[in-house]
Design a protein around this ligand. Structure first.
Ligand SMILES: [Zn+2]
Length: 387
C-alpha cells in the first residue's frame, strides 16, 4: 500500500496536477500508511472512521489550476457545476467545503467523489485503491479548467466579464504551459502481429498522457489487425496499458466485452466504414472547451447540447458531434462513426477528440495534437476578436 501511495503522489506531481512535494496520499490495508508526514494527517485519519474508504488523496493543485480553483470556489457558495462529460458522468458537481475539519469534509465526501477546500486544496477518496482518488482529483482539475475558460469566453462575448474575472484570466494565461508542437516519433509502419500491436498501443498511450492530451485516464485506444480489434480496457490508465488491452473479434464472438472499453462499438463501426487501422481518443482541454462554445442565443437545445445539438458545427474543419458515452439511442456510437469515417477525426461535444490513422499511431497522434493546438489557437483568436 505504501508503494501505491508513493506512486500516485509522484504521478500527481509529474503530470503537473499538484504543487511539488505537496500531495498527501494515505491507504489502509492492515494499517493506515501515508506517503509522507504532515500535521494535517491527524485530521485526515479521522475520515477513515467516518467514511467507508480505504484511501485518500489530497493536494494543493499546481498552477495555473490553484488560481482557477480558488477563483471558482470564491464565487460559488455550495458547489461548482461544470457541464463537461466527465463531470456529468463521474463527479456530478464539485462541492466546496469551507472548513478544514474531518466532520465537514466527511459530510461533503459522503455525497461526492472530490471536494474543494478553499485555501487548502482538493480532497478525494477511494474504496479500492488510491488510484480512484487520483482519478477524481485529476477530473476535478480538468472540469474546473474547462469551466473557467468556457465561462470566460461566454462572458466576454456577452459583455458580462467583470474586473476580477479579467484579472484572474490574465494571471492564469501567463502561467499556462506552452503547447507541445512536435509529435513523438513512435513505432512506424504497418503492425503485422499481436506483439507489435500491443507494444505500439502502450507506447502511444504513454505519449497521449505525457502530452497532456487526456486527464486522469478516461481516453481509449484501439488498433484493427485483420478482423480483430485490440482495444484498451475500460478504466485503464493510458500510460500503463501493458496487460490492459483486449482482443475483440469483429464477428462479435468476443468474450472480453465486459472489460473492453465502453466505446468498443463506436470504434468497431468506424473500422467497418473506413480503411483506418487505429484510433486514439483523448480529452484535450481546448478541444473540449471549443466543442462546447456556441454563439447561438436562445437555442432550444441549450442544457442538452451534448445530446441534442443538431447544428453541423466544425472547428477548423473537424466535425463536432453530440453523443453520450455508451451505446444508448443518444450514444456516440451513432454519431461518431459517420463523422470519423469521412473526416478521420471528430470532436464529441463536451467530451474529447477521436483521431484515426491508416497505418500506425503516428498519423493519429499528429491529428489529435494538431486538433488540440488548432482549438487552442482558435480560443485565443476569439478572445482577441471580442476584446
Ligand atoms: Zn472519452
Amino acid at each position: 500500500m505504501k508503494r501505491l501511495c508513493d506512486k500516485y503522489a509522484a504521478k500527481l506531481t509529474t503530470q503537473g496536477l499538484a504543487a511539488p512535494n505537496d500531495p498527501i496520499v494515505g491507504g489502509l490495508d492492515a494499517e493506515l500508511v501515508w506517503n509522507r508526514h504532515d500535521p494535517r494527517i491527524e485530521e485526515f485519519t479521522k475520515l477513515f472512521d467516518m467514511l467507508s474508504i480505504n484511501s485518500l488523496v489530497f493536494s494543493k493543485p499546481a498552477e495555473p489550476y490553484a488560481t482557477i480553483l480558488e477563483f471558482l470556489a470564491g464565487r460559488t457558495k455550495a458547489a461548482i457545476r461544470p457541464e463537461d462529460t466527465e463531470t456529468r458522468t463521474f463527479l456530478h458537481n464539485i462541492p466546496i467545503c469551507q472548513e478544514f475539519t474531518a466532520p465537514a469534509m466527511a459530510a461533503s465526501l459522503k455525497k461526492r467523489k472530490a471536494v474543494i477546500i478553499p485555501g487548502e486544496g482538493i480532497i478525494s477518496c477511494g474504496t479500492v485503491s488510491p488510484e480512484q482518488g487520483f482519478v477524481f482529483y485529476s477530473s476535478t482539475i480538468f472540469a474546473c479548467f474547462v469551466l473557467f475558460f468556457s465561462d470566460h469566453l461566454v462572458r466576454l462575448r456577452n459583455k458580462t466579464l467583470d474586473e476580477e474575472y479579467r484579472d484572474t484570466y490574465q494571471r492564469v494565461v501567463t502561467q499556462l504551459p506552452q503547447p507541445h508542437t512536435t509529435p513523438p516519433n513512435m513505432a512506424g509502419g504497418s503492425l503485422s502481429n499481436e506483439d507489435s500491436v500491443l507494444a505500439a498501443m502502450a507506447e502511444s498511450g504513454r505519449h497521449v498522457v505525457d502530452f497532456g492530451l487526456v486527464d486522469s485516464f478516461f481516453g481509449n485506444i484501439s488498433y484493427r489487425l485483420n478482423d480483430t480489434i485490440y482495444i484498451s480496457q475500460t478504466g485503464s490508465s493510458l500510460d500503463e496499458l501493458e496487460g490492459c488491452i483486449d482482443p475483440c473479434p469483429m464477428d462479435g464472438s468476443a468474450t472480453t466485452g465486459l472489460t473492453a472499453s465502453s466505446e468498443l462499438s463506436a470504434h468497431e463501426d468506424v473500422y467497418r466504414r473506413s480503411n483506418f487501422r487505429c484510433i486514439l481518443h483523448g480529452h484535450p482541454k481546448f478541444s473540449v472547451i471549443m466543442s462546447m462554445d456556441c454563439d447561438k442565443q436562445d437555442c432550444p437545445n441549450r442544457g442538452a447540447c451534448h445530446i441534442k445539438c443538431s447544428e453541423c458545427r466544425t472547428v477548423e474543419g473537424i466535425p463536432i458531434v453530440p453523443g453520450e458515452v455508451g451505446t444508448g439511442p443518444t450514444g456516440l456510437c451513432n454519431t461518431l462513426p459517420p463523422a470519423m469515417a469521412s473526416s478521420g477525426a471528430a470532436i464529441v461535444h463536451g467530451h474529447g477528440v477521436f483521431a484515426a490513422g491508416t497505418t500506425d499511431f503516428n498519423e493519429a497522434f499528429e491529428r489529435l495534437l494538431d486538433i488540440e493546438n488548432q482549438c487552442r489557437k482558435r480560443y485565443f483568436t476569439m478572445v482577441e476578436s471580442y476584446a
